[in-house]
Write a protein that binds this ligand. Structure first.
Ligand SMILES: Cc1cc2nc3c(=O)[nH]c(=O)nc-3n(C[C@H](O)[C@H](O)[C@H](O)COP(=O)(O)O)c2cc1C
Ligand code: SF4
Length: 437
């Protein structure tokens, strides 16, 4: 497939507005502004575009949830990208900021909003500067501001720097943070499209989702629908990382089998090694064991086996990786990033780190295995936001796929992969990890 979203993103000149315009930037926005907002929504609806931020919710449907009578509406662009294994939005932000701005203009016009916020991960300093410069150029050329592209439509776009927490990427945590509060998720419903930023209807969309919108307007909904599986159409950016020879970002139709992606694009695992597990959708997704390597990477195929495409951050483990160690590492992230509002999430993630660390150090006790299984049940579906379910997914799946290794740690009183009774030399393992940071 010819790249669509990343066609120009690796060209260092593309961030300049004149170069982007010479490549056709803002033509789709002109087309959209000549349509009625409702027609733009219908086009996006019939393209079948589903959100690329993790949940795969149909974008056009989300846009149509804004109450017709609402006098003020906002668009909040989710550029927080903090999920381990995920680095695709960064390429779009830094490489083709005008594609994102064009998507923002079309989405804002469709939902009749006059102010859009780009909430960008605090650590993305380059990205924030590139966006600010692109926005400045767009105002100077009359592409943003009082008369967008010479029409009567007015739009302001502002950049907000993220607060440095993974939870600020969760849509309601993001809204809290944008309002200047601590980034803690809100109870839903009401959903942001009904009551969002400053109490007004707000659409929260991922960067890649918005970058799909200009090509849909340019080439039509039918063209988009023909790319990839019927229910997960359109181009998708897959991030490949971990134990592979060619880590990177690959733009492909969804539906490619996991193993094929790793071998054909990721270059496979290092010489002489075997693929042990594939995490298909960032650290919140379940790890695929060998029997599931043929699973097509799209929303529904992964959903059917209780997994998810999430942010399509594909993390590869080979047979040198200890499953207990890898899981400890992942759970440490969730324990650190839990916002602390819900006891099952706050305590469950912290306890899992404590138990896993003990097992990895060869200090496990027989109850540990039972407790890991119980913790999964106690966390999943019992908290306010999907961070907790996302933390339970690796816990359940690693335990299911690699149970023998957990048992071996317990029985041998050491990590069999490290081959040493005390593995601490390789990476410090904190003993007191039960407290919430
Ligand atoms: C803990 C957590 C972190 C998230 N981080 C991001 C993120 O960095 N970027 C993103 O677009 N969506 C993230 N999401 C998903 C958003 O809540 C939301 O579903 C998404 O931004 C909606 O956009 P979309 O419909 O275009 O996918 C996160 C969700 C959770 C639970
Ligand atoms: S599930 Fe976890 S991260 Fe989400 S609101 Fe509750 S404590 Fe915070």
């Amino acid at each position: 497939m010819e790249p669509i979203l990343t066609r120009y993103a690796r060209d260092p000149e593309q961030k300049k507005i004149d170069v982007a315009v010479s490549h056709g930037a803002y033509e789709a926005a002109k087309k959209a502004l000549a349509m009625k907002p409702e027609e733009v929504i219908e086009t996006v609806k019939s393209s079948g575009l589903r959100g690329r931020g993790g949940a795969g919710f149909p974008t056009g449907n989300k846009w149509s949830f804004i109450p017709a009578a609402a006098p003020v509406r906002y668009l909040a662009v989710n550029a927080d990208e903090s999920e381990p294994g995920t680095f695709k939005d960064r390429l779009l932000i830094e490489g083709d900021p005008h594609l994102l701005l064009e998507g923002i203009i079309i989405a804002s016009y469709a939902i009749k909003c006059r102010t859009a916020f780009i909430y960008i991960r605090g650590e993305f300093t380059d990205g924030a500067n590139i966006l600010r410069e692109a926005i400045r150029e767009a105002y100077a050329k009359g592409i943003l501001g009082e008369k967008v592209l010479g029409t009567s439509y007015a739009l302001d776009v502002l950049v907000a720097r993220g607060a440095g927490a993974y939870i600020c990427g969760e849509e309601t945590g993001l809204l809290e943070s944008l309002e200047g509060h601590r980034g803690q998720p809100r109870v839903k419903p009401p959903f942001p499209a009904i009551r969002g930023l400053f109490g007004q209807p707000t659409i929260v969309n991922n960067v890649e989702t918005l970058c799909c919108v200009p090509p849909i307007l340019s080439h039509g909904a039918e063209w988009f629908k023909k790319i990839g599986p019927e229910k997960s159409p359109g181009p998708k950016l897959f991030c490949i990382s971990g134990r592979v020879r060619k880590p990177g970002i690959y733009e492909l139709p969804m539906g490619i089998p996991a193993e094929q992606l790793v071998l054909e694009y990721g270059g496979g695992v290092p010489e002489g090694r075997k693929i042990k597990g594939i995490i298909p959708g960032g650290s919140s997704a379940a790890v695929l064991g060998p029997k599931q390597f043929g699973t097509p990477l799209d929303f529904d195929s992964l959903g059917k086996i209780g997994n998810m495409l999430g942010s399509a951050g594909v993390i590869v483990l080979d047979d040198t990786v200890c499953a207990v160690d890898a899981l400890t590492n992942i759970m440490r992230f969730y324990a650190h990033e839990s916002c602390g509002q819900c006891t099952p999430c706050r305590e469950g993630t912290a306890w899992s780190v404590k138990i896993l660390t003990r097992l990895e150090r060869g200090e496990g006790v027989p109850r540990d295995l039972e407790n890991i299984a119980n913790l999964t049940r106690m966390i999943s579906g019992r908290a306010l936001c999907p961070l907790a379910d996302g933390a339970a997914m690796p816990l359940t799946s690693f335990f299911r796929e690699f149970k023998d290794e957990f048992v071996a740690h317990l029985e041998q009183k050491r990590c069999p992969m490290r081959g040493a009774a005390v593995p601490g030399e390789q990476r410090p393992l904190p003993l007191e990890s039960g407290t919430h940071a």
